[in-house]
Design a protein around this ligand. Structure first.
Ligand code: PLP
Length: 403
């Protein structure tokens, strides 16, 4: 019989967040076990819901948005994103520079497909949100990882960025605020990275999907606002900030010096037109969702769920001997470190062993292209008591665990 393997294009493409350990969790659930899922940043199942006015806009979109839109998206949605860019200090973005997608995910894939030829390199953080590495690899490029430094609060190591630039490097990816570390990047660091991009003629790709999920009175800065002359592609969306991950709505916008970028922009336009357009009803949410950009999100203020859950998870993790954490400043992820006593050689096996023994699902650090087997990611969206129980189980498990 003829057999079919996956295409060779997929040989080095990994996406562990929904990988084999998650499939094992699904199998356990089907067999009647209860699994505590701390693996996916999906707010709605944890009781976070979309603001009613946004939901209403989506409902109107069901009536109004039955046909295709322009490939780049509904004019009103694109104009709203251009206005949001202006509000964030990103100069010169018009609606022609804005592309609406079925989530940021689709646009990440598109941005890499349109750019990379075989052997082209793109600098991506380690740890990263692994779709970036997967998208660059699928596009035929080479993901080159620069280190983020845990000792400095998980900030990108600019020396490492410089060291890893070669004549094949085409761009630098930033994830700010960061998934999986929850780090928020200060302006000085962004200026340093922008200076590198300017000097070397590189494109900046900035994934800012968590820009409104910032705590402690800190403010998010878009690198594009600090680098008006560097060609930047900035990504944002409603999945996290407006708790509508299921509706699939994100955008990317182009800013900075477009000279020399005509071919790349043609490529983006071609790919955008090939998928016809993003889902239209969801696009009707954008204008409303961006109408009040400075309104604080109560879940991120003291007393709010995400803020308090961060405190719970940090405290519970720090109580485990051999575990340390950098307190996140944004988003809803934490990336704890396991010290040498556990002697973990294979962190995916660690995640699987934990799942089987304690029914707690986390994602191993290697799933985020972290080079050592000594970290894992927790999504701290569940309520405090659930988080405490989950982390206690991790602590119990670790006490006896050696590889
Ligand atoms: N970028 C980052 C950093 C993410 O964490 C995620 C989802 O977890 C995405 C992009 C994809 O988001 P979307 O739902 O808009 O596709």
């Amino acid at each position: 019989m003829r057999t079919y393997d996956k295409s060779q294009k997929l040989n080095n493409v990994c996406y562990e967040i929904r990988g084999p350990v998650t499939q094992e969790a699904a199998r356990m659930e089907q067999a009647g076990q209860q699994v505590l899922k701390l693996n996916i940043g999906n707010p709605a199942p944890f009781g976070f819901s979309c603001p009613p006015d946004i939901l209403q806009a989506m409902q109107e979109g069901l009536r109004l948005g039955q046909g295709y839109t322009d490939s780049k998206g509904l004019p009103a949605a694109r104009a709203a994103v251009a206005g949001y860019c202006k509000h964030k200090g990103i100069a010169g973005v018009t609606m022609e520079d804005v592309y609406i997608g079925n989530g940021v995910s689709e646009l990440i894939l598109m941005s890499m497909q349109a750019l990379l030829d075989s052997g082209d390199e793109i600098l991506i953080p380690a740890p990263d949100y692994p779709l970036w590495t997967a998208a660059a690899t699928l596009a035929g490029g080479r993901a080159v990882h620069y280190l983020c430094d845990e000792a400095s609060g998980w900030l990108p190591d600019t020396q490492d960025i410089r060291r890893k630039i070669t004549p094949r490097t085409k761009g630098i990816v930033l994830i700010n605020p960061n998934n999986p570390t929850g780090a928020l990047y200060p302006s000085g660091l962004l200026q340093d990275i922008a200076a590198i991009a300017r000097e070397k003629g590189l494109i900046l790709f900035s994934d800012e999907i968590y820009d409104r999920l910032v705590m402690d009175g800190l403010k998010h800065t878009s690198i594009a606002a600090l680098a008006p002359e560097v060609f930047c592609v900035t990504f944002g969306g409603l999945s996290k900030s407006h708790r509508v991950a299921g509706f699939r709505c994100g955008w990317m916008c182009l800013s900075g010096d477009r000279s020399g970028m005509g071919g790349y922009i043609d490529g983006l336009n071609l790919l955008s037109s090939m998928r016809l357009c993003a889902g239209v009803p969801a696009q009707y949410m954008v204008e409303k969702a961006l109408s009040n950009p400075d309104q604080p999100d109560p879940d991120l203020l003291p007393g709010g769920r995400i803020y308090e859950q961060r405190a719970c998870v940090v405290q519970a993790l720090r109580a485990i001997p051999g575990v340390s954490v950098v307190q996140p400043q944004a988003a809803f992820y934490i990336f704890p470190r396991l010290d040498g006593r556990f002697n973990i050689q294979d962190d995916e096996r660690f995640a699987l062993d934990l799942l089987r023994e304690k029914q707690v699902l986390i994602v191993a650090g290697s799933g985020f292209n972290w080079p050592d087997a000594d970290h894992f990611r927790i999504v701290y969206l569940p309520e405090c008591d659930v988080l405490r129980q989950g982390v206690e189980k991790i602590g119990d498990f670790l006490q006896g665990y050696r590889q």
